[in-house]
Design a protein around this ligand. Structure first.
Ligand code: AHG
Ligand code: MN
Ligand code: MN
Length: 362
């Protein structure tokens, strides 16, 4: 018998799971932001503090979700309907308030705008007011909460431009290229925070024993193509023919696989790391689709572009879309460059056909 290789012990999984930190320096989120900006300027400090506050909100939400089935008043609906016309869940309300309470006294933001609030929340006069606006979807995929499947929170940071004395927040009605930072927190088997300040996309994993998000993946690059297509095919009957063409194409070609979890954050996360495409196209009932531009599509578009992928409405880059109102929706095709281009090619083809028909009639 040969002698046991002492290194083998270290490499093999010990029975109770040894703690192998991917990042042995334990880079925390706030340090990472400052390192990225290579500065201790006021702007850099603000951005670092903003990310730390978002991380705190993520920890509070994660903690509640982790015990949801054991606590009263966590699961289920409130009985209210939000500005989107959707039934509000108790976790939507809780998570919405968590973001407000962690930012209210922070001196970092002047407003918070959320999918769950008709109008932005303005920091009251007796609290310190900052220069930034946080836009967020407190719980993405909230139908998953009651069945203990992954959900997320999506965030976007913009700087206030000009005065907003009438409370209309009109300066937020600008393209997604105005975002300073964006990201999401995924409440899955691990809680992860993925963010970009326009210098690549980086992932942090919450170590619950430390209560800290620790760097786990730096400079994530989305492959140019992936096998996954992620779309709610139950809407087939009410899609435009071009989207039906695309789904028929993937059904009839080898190399595609469907994945759909009912929470864009989870579906997007898979595609960010492994490639593929996520779609939420318009339907007959909702030609603009379901997803909200400012709180969902634009932040994810910011991330995917930073990771070398693309986000499109089908005819225009998401980051170029200017919303008409705070709660504007837009169709979304997001993921690997080649897979987004394939979906767009079917949309363009049908549009050319329609133009030709119109030209023939006139
Ligand atoms: P939210 O829970 O914030 O309303 O968002 C849910 C969104 C998105 O995350 C998900 O991909 C999509 O709605 C699922 O919608 P369908 O059930 O229509 O597929
Ligand atoms: Mn959502
Ligand atoms: Mn939501």
């Amino acid at each position: 018998m040969t002698e046991a290789d002492p290194l083998l012990d270290l490499r093999s999984e010990p029975p109770l799971g040894r703690d192998y930190s991917l990042d042995r320096d334990c880079t925390t989120l706030s340090r990472h932001v400052l390192e990225q900006l290579q500065s201790f300027s006021a702007d850099a400090q603000d951005l670092s503090a903003l990310m730390s506050r978002i991380a705190l909100a993520g920890k509070l939400i994660s903690r509640r979700l982790s015990r949801a089935g054991l606590m009263e008043d966590v699961l289920g609906f409130t009985g209210e309907v939000n500005v989107q016309g959707e039934s509000v869940k108790k976790m939507d309300v809780f998570a919405n308030e968590v973001f407000i309470s962690v930012f209210k006294q922070s001196g970092l933001v002047c407003r918070l705008a959320s999918e769950e609030m008709d109008d932005p929340y303005y920091i009251p006069e007796n609290c310190p007011v900052g220069r930034y606006t946080l836009l967020y979807d407190p719980i993405d995929g909230s139908s998953n909460v009651d069945i203990n499947i992954n959900v997320g929170s999506i965030f976007s940071i913009r700087q206030q431009e000009g005065e907003d004395t009438d409370g209309s927040a009109k300066d937020l009605l600008q393209s997604g290229r105005k975002q300073i930072a964006a990201g999401y927190i995924l409440y899955g088997p691990s809680t992860m925070l993925i963010y970009s300040i326009g210098r690549g996309v980086h992932a942090f994993t919450l170590d619950p024993s430390l209560g800290e998000f620790i760097l786990s993946n730096e400079n994530i690059q989305t492959p140019a193509h992936g096998p996954v297509y992620s779309v709610n095919e139950g809407n087939f009957w009410q899609w435009d023919e071009s989207i039906r063409d695309y789904t028929r194409y993937v059904h009839r070609h080898e190399g595609y696989t469907a994945r759909y979890g009912g929470a864009m954050v989870g579906d997007f996360h898979r595609i960010l790391f492994q490639g593929g495409v996520f779609l939420y196209p318009g339907t007959v009932k909702q030609p603009e689709g379901k997803l909200r531009l400012l709180y969902e599509s634009a932040p994810m578009a910011f991330l995917i572009e930073q990771a070398g992928g693309r986000a499109s409405t089908g005819t225009q880059d998401i980051l170029d879309v200017i919303p008409e109102k705070l709660h504007a929706r837009s169709p979304l095709v997001i993921g690997s460059t080649e897979d987004v281009a394939l979906v767009e090619s079917f949309i363009q083809e049908r549009s050319r056909e329609r133009d030709a028909e119109l030209a023939a009639k006139s």
